[in-house]
Ligand binder design. Structure first.
Ligand code: NAD
Length: 407
């Protein structure tokens, strides 16, 4: 939260906004904390904390992921909802920003327990979500299965099918082609443009990726298609390098639950992965992996933030002073919310797009944001992170001004 607030304060100062603007922009609109009881398969009842934060609804309905992770709390959820707000404004989507989740280790749940927990959480936050209010999506520890259960729980209560209540759904329930890979595809597009800025040929450029989940895996696939070489990937247990093909790592991790142990690979720690001599480093796991302690060893020329808030302000300062180009999270990982927006539009219209339409529109919207950020960074002589925040924050501030203060 301190990081998110510090970034906002800097943007407010750089934009010369008023203290009234700061007060409005630094306050979440609505925070909900709920108790989520779960009957375990053995009959025990456990209680988990759940959250939904609508940081802003000024530019449209709130939009943000649902995380199942033991470490989440209200403060982190507010910070992530704030980031979603600037991200949606930066990409000019007609949304505010939100985030939610349950403080539970998703890996500790059986499939049936996961379903019961998802449905009860949905039911607890039901009064404040909906296609016109707040639209959840997958995040760490959740996937399209959870979205199907959320959509069903909401729809059963409404009495009819409401596909637009969540995005990241299975295709047959009104999901969009291209949504599963969208965040990774966006990370790859951002990487491609960053390589151009640094004058590095993508053919044969090397990449290390921390986190081999939904974002990391699809980013790896898209980058390989662009001609880059992914040399190392990792998950919570550590990383591997020296693999012949990404498919080997993927197939192994599907069975073993970790990339570790993929045949014919060498093992490395997450910290060793961060410090590999590569062209591009992609943190795509959790927050705070690039810190004061780890940043100075980073040799990559470009860092593309697939994860949300993977770099602390101290880590960021070191990367900047070492001349490393950092493509910030709210730009680099915005492909997910952009295609979520397409899914919501398709659900509203009951008219579904081809994969090519999704791909072209993703590229167009993301490229507009990338060009906006690059120009702002050059004109104002600020970092890409500062430029991205200035753009996002200024658009939300302008919407506040135009709507006025009621009453
Ligand atoms: P995921 O649960 O699918 O994957 C997370 C990956 O990170 C897993 O491989 C996990 O093992 C690894 N990991 C967890 N803790 C780690 C640690 N301490 N060290 C190294 N690796 C660790 O989650 P995801 O959806 O891929 O999300 C990853 C990040 O991207 C999160 O910060 C999320 O908020 C952000 N993000 C996700 C989306 C999306 O569409 N899924 C969109 C935008 C941003």
């Amino acid at each position: 939260m301190a990081t998110a607030l510090a970034q906002l304060r800097r943007a407010v100062d750089q934009l010369k906004l008023s203290e009234n603007d700061w007060t409005t922009l630094s306050t979440p609109r609505r925070t909900l904390e709920v108790a989520v009881p779960l009957r375990r398969d053995d009959g025990r009842v456990e209680m988990y904390k759940g959250y939904r934060v609508q940081y802003s609804t000024t530019r449209g309905p709130a939009k943000g992921g649902v995380r199942f992770h033991q470490d989440i709390d209200l403060e982190e959820t507010i910070a992530l909802a704030m980031l979603m707000t600037w991200k949606c404004a930066l990409t000019n989507l007609p949304y505010g920003g939100s985030k939610g989740g349950v403080a539970v280790d998703a890996h500790s749940l059986s499939l049936a327990e996961n379903e019961r927990l998802t449905r009860r959480y949905t039911s607890e936050i039901l009064p404040i979500i909906g296609p016109e209010r707040d639209i959840p999506a997958p995040d760490v520890g959740t996937d399209e299965r959870n979205m199907a259960w959320m959509m069903d729980t909401y729809s059963v209560n409404a009495g009819f099918s409401v596909p637009g209540v969540v995005t990241g759904k299975p295709i047959v329930l009104g999901g969009s082609l291209g949504r599963a890979s969208a965040t990774g595809d966006g990370v790859a597009i951002a990487t491609r443009e960053a390589l151009k800025v640094r004058g590095i040929d993508p053919q044969g450029a090397t990449v290390a990726i921390q986190g081999f989940g939904k974002v990391g895996y699809w980013a790896a696939v898209a980058l390989q298609k662009m001609g880059l070489t992914v040399v190392a990937v990792s998950d919570v247990n550590g990383g591997v390098t020296g693999f012949k093909s990404l498919t080997d790592v993927f197939e192994h991790s599907k069975v073993a639950g970790t990339v570790i142990g993929t045949p014919d690979t060498d093992q490395l720690t997450n910290e060793e992965l961060l410090h590999l001599d590569v062209d591009v480093l992609i943190p795509a796991a959790l927050a705070d992996s690039i810190t004061e302690a780890t940043a100075s060893g980073i040799k990559a020329k470009i860092v593309v933030e697939g994860a949300n808030a993977p770099t602390t302000p101290e880590g960021d300062a070191i990367l900047n002073s070492n001349g490393i180009l950092v493509i910030p999270d709210i730009l680099a990982n915005s492909g997910g919310v952009i295609v979520s927006y397409f899914e919501w539009v398709q659900d509203k219209q009951n008219y579904f797009w081809s994969a090519d339409e999704v791909r072209e529109n993703l590229n167009r919207i993301l490229m507009t944001a990338i060009v906006d950020v690059e120009e702002m960074a050059r004109d104002q002589k600020v970092t890409w992170r500062e430029a991205a925040h200035m753009l996002g924050v200024s658009r939300v501030a302008e919407a506040h001004r135009l709507r006025g203060l009621y009453p």
